[in-house]
Ligand binder design. Structure first.
Ligand SMILES: [Zn+2]
Length: 207
């Protein structure tokens, strides 16, 4: 993959994003008071074993560091660094999808399960603004619980769904399972209309 060199326009966009997500912070003053050498030597996590900003580049090529297996601060920083390095910036139109869903039922109603909506941009989604359209009908969505909301990697939300067994799955005998595709539509607080789909596996417990 050939990367475009970072341009002045990129820097301006990055500063705009910083302003957007830190409206109370004086960004100009923050940069004026920042010493690049000290920033690069600074650690990205709270312990003295944590990686420095400068060493993130080396760790991207050698991700086997044992510290990374236990420190989520450093792992998150490395993840962000990688997004910037690979220029995986927020696209103009965000992408939406669902993580694979597992539902276990004993046959009683209503059917209840959690699902995770993934968004490639840091958008906000409310339960009232989404609707499960397939294969479940009259599904109620509750929540969400925000799992991640990050300027670089996007957002994920966990919803709780209360619904009935869809017709296509009603034949399911105890001990069996079947798969379908769930389709959700909605809009974000920012005004993006979206459709997101993902696989669901319904498992019916032995009677
Ligand atoms: Zn660390």
């Amino acid at each position: 993959m050939r990367r475009k060199p970072v341009s002045l326009a990129d820097a301006e966009r990055a500063i705009e994003t910083l302003r957007l997500f830190n409206p109370k912070k004086d960004i100009e003053r923050f940069f004026a008071e920042s010493d690049p050498a000290r920033v690069l030597a600074g650690r990205v996590g709270p312990t003295k074993e944590c990686l420095t900003v400068e060493s993130l580049c080396d760790h991207m090529r050698e991700p086997q560091d044992t510290h990374l297996k236990t420190c989520h601060h450093c792992l998150e920083a490395l993840h962000r660094y990688k997004s910037v390095y690979e220029r995986a910036f927020v696209p103009a139109k965000p992408k939406f999808w669902l993580d694979p869903i597992e539902v276990t039922t004993d046959g009683s109603l209503p059917l209840q399960f959690d699902f995770i909506l993934q968004c490639s941009a840091p958008v906000r989604v409310r339960a009232e603004a989404i609707e499960v359209i397939e294969p479940f009908s009259r599904a109620e969505c509750h929540g969400p619980k925000a799992i991640r909301h990050d300027a670089l990697v996007g957002a994920s939300y966990k919803f709780h769904c209360i619904t009935t067994v869809p017709e296509s799955m009603a034949h399911l005998k105890p001990g069996n399972e079947c798969s379908e595709t769930v389709l959700v539509r909605g809009h974000t607080e920012e005004g993006f209309l979206f459709r997101a789909s993902g696989p669901v596996r319904l498992h019916r417990l032995e009677g």
